[in-house]
Design a protein around this ligand. Sequence first.
Ligand code: ATP
Ligand code: MG
Length: 423
Amino acid sequence: MSAMSVKNALEDIFQKFLEKQSLFKNREALSHEYLPDSFPHRDEQIKFIAEVMAPALRGFKPSNLFIYGKTGTGKTAVVRYVLSILKEMAGNLFSSLKTFYINCRLVGSEYRVYFTMCSNLGFRVPFTGLSIGELFERFCRYLDESRALFIIVLDEIDALVKDSGDEILYNLTRINEILKYSKVSLIGISNNLKFKELLEPKVLSSLSEEEIVFRPYNASELKDILWQRAKLAFYDGVVDEGTINLCSALAASEHGDARRALDLLRVAGELAEREGSDKIYERHVREAERRIEYDRVMEVMKNLPLHSKLIMCSLYFLEQSSLEYSITGDIYDVYNHLCSLLSTFPLTQRRVSGLINELDSLGLLNARVTSFGRYGRSKKIKLAVEPDLVYEVFSRDSRLKSILNLRLEEICGSPKKRRDRTG
Ligand SMILES: Nc1ncnc2c1ncn2[C@@H]1O[C@H](COP(=O)(O)OP(=O)(O)OP(=O)(O)O)[C@@H](O)[C@H]1O
Ligand SMILES: [Mg+2]
């Protein structure tokens, strides 16, 4: 295409976009960051958190609070909302209330958590290099100098403990014994229901002086949440009962995740708009579901540890050579060859079995125990994702790029004798 015709084509696209009436009145209302000012079906939780935090208005330290519940149940949004109102009211009465919100998964390590809180207090500390003990000491000093009541929210707290252990929580839950002029109250949030098992009983009991669970929403609750947002986000007539019902039903069939329901609605709206449709139809929601699932799988695969990727690759190669399914032994065999190609030390077969189970529960492969008569029992294992997707995602991994174009024979040497399991 000549330069001029590219320009014409672009102008054409932009012109068409300008002529089309957008379906969205306010796209932001469906974004993950948007904080609504009402939360259907969370009255009980809002009231409870507010009552626990209320003493802060008189300068007293609220009890520590631990909140858990599955993903998309409104934990983050509700806590942020309650604290924003609390701060607003405290501003009029008792001005030295400060709140910190830390997303532990995004912030990362124990060091980074202290680093972030020191920066929030307006103090500079080196980005690396101090010992944790030293950093904690400085943090305590800065807190005391600030002479305030602090409410610290540690969101996705399980990520922190998984990576750095529970030492940081041990220190933070006892910090009031060290402070002279300031006080700290903690709100921990987790969507990992097993998180509590990772904590020392002493740490757990101080962190969860108060505790509340956010239960998953059912389809009818999700409908109310979606309607509230749909009215803000779309022009009248774009969304109807059928669209909302379908988005709610699909999200409720997993575990009642409001984020997923909102994502379905947003993506369906974008698809309908791009197509030039005047409203959202069922097919847009179905297509949105497919795309969201595709993105989820891509994201999960991209972030797998190397050895899990190598197991997926082994299965990919076996299936390329037209085996209908594989057994653990075959996979382990190819896996070992791949490890030696990459000069990586292979894990034991037992560990590999464990990783296969994990990949199964992530929905990336299907493993089913089957009896092979006199050969005993083994697992029939198949990829649960398209082989093309394996190729696409892993070829972006610099370590795996070089091996993905090989054939099974090139990896394992001469074709191995296998029981014929095709057909
Ligand atoms: N009751 C509700 N009313 C309105 N919006 C809600 C409600 N519950 C959740 N949401 C919305 O759903 C999305 C997900 O909620 P939120 O981020 O609070 O989930 P979460 O419980 O923190 O999940 P995760 O454990 O994955 O962090 C947000 O956009 C939030 O605004
Ligand atoms: Mg959250």
